[in-house]
Design a protein around this ligand. Structure first.
Ligand code: FAD
Length: 311
């Protein structure tokens, strides 16, 4: 569980991949094949989302078990409080431990589909911090615990300073590291990290990156999550919005530039929301020369090797 701590101390770049449980058995098999191929890219850990509402939670546990015990990937299991009475939380944690998983991303969760307001269920928890405390109380230091952070502030809390204090409370309650929500404004993220450090959050903060795959999908995600998109990104996408290949390529270029800027400002861990896709993440890591290219390809003009000029 201390794997990222080690990478962090060494100051070397590291990365992680998020996957979600597919809807069909064929999708699950495809995901396993993809995980096996992406193992080559050397993620520090991979993580599997938890469906708030519980419809695919058994599948999350199964995928975690396979990734951890069959593929030997350091796996983080997401776990939410949504519709999860303590007995279900207990089972999920026991299953995780039984298959050798040593990391939990402790979340409150979003409301289940069709519900607008989040509500705690009977005999369940109200906030992620309750889950962090519960895991520590039940399992001591067995699990490494990750929590979610929001550099643009969480949508349910209009008071950004309060939201930041809530994050610190989660860390003080026993979280080991933070992974952030998706963002596209690196300056805003770097400012937020400074604020985290100023209020005494000292653990690793890993930025969450979602490479743009296509114009409509991107627009849907950012408008649903109300993510801030810098004007230069909108300007770059507008003329190419009907050309899927060009949008994908821009998504890769943008992620490479974001990572370079963050790395040069002292951030060394990067979390990829892969959307169960492989190509963009691989090309980003190759362009940064974090991994060797799979096949000899001519370097694109916009991705010279990473100049390591850290502040
Ligand atoms: P919390 O930390 O509990 O915060 C929720 C809200 O309550 C915030 O506005 C906070 O400011 C406020 N708050 C916290 N404590 C208190 C308190 N004591 N009193 C009053 N207000 C308080 N969702 C899923 O369903 N499944 C997933 O697998 C999943 N994975 C995610 C992974 C990452 C990296 C991230 C960033 C998010 C993920 N989410 C997932 C989404 C997440 O569940 C939602 O954003 C959810 O709305 C908040 O979860 P949280 O753990 O941040 O909640």
């Amino acid at each position: 569980k201390a794997k990222i701590q080690k990478a962090q101390e060494e100051g070397r770049p590291y990365w992680s991949f998020e996957y979600f449980p597919p809807k069909t058995q064929q999708g699950v098999q495809n995901l396993y094949d993809r995980m096996e191929r992406m193992y080559r890219l050397g993620p520090e850990f991979i993580d599997i989302t938890w469906n708030a509402g519980g419809t695919s939670s058994q599948l999350t546990s199964e995928i975690v078990s396979t990734a951890q015990s069959v593929y030997g990937l350091e796996t983080v299991m997401h776990l939410t409080c949504t519709n999860m009475p303590k007995e279900k939380i207990d089972k999920a944690l026991k299953d995780a431990k039984d298959c050798g998983c040593q990391n939990i991303l402790a979340l409150r969760g979003d409301p289940p589909r069709g519900q607008i307001e989040w509500e705690a269920c009977e005999n369940g928890f109200s906030y992620a911090i309750d889950l962090v405390r519960y895991i520590r109380a039940q399992y001591g230091d067995y699990f490494g615990i990750c929590v979610a952070g929001y550099c643009e502030g969480h949508v349910d809390n209009p008071d950004k300073d309060d939201d930041l204090r809530r994050l610190k409370d989660k860390v003080d309650a026993g979280a080991d590291f933070i992974v952030t929500q998706v963002f596209y404004d690196v300056d805003l993220f770097l400012d937020w990290v400074k604020k985290c450090r100023a209020i005494g959050i000292t653990c690793p903060i890993i930025p969450g990156l979602l490479p743009i795959q296509n114009y409509n999908g991107f627009n849907r995600i950012v408008s649903l999550s109300k993510t801030i998109v810098p004007k230069f990104v909108c300007d770059a996408l507008e003329p190419i919005k009907h050309d899927d290949a060009a949008v994908k390529e821009y998504g890769i270029k943008l992620a490479v530039e974001m990572i370079k800027k963050m790395y040069n400002n002292g951030i060394s861990g990067f979390h990829f929301y892969t959307m169960n896709l492989e190509r963009s993440t691989r090309l980003i890591l190759e362009a940064l020369q974090f991994v060797a290219p799979v096949e000899k390809v001519k370097p694109l003009p916009w991705c010279p090797s990473l100049s390591v000029k850290r502040k």
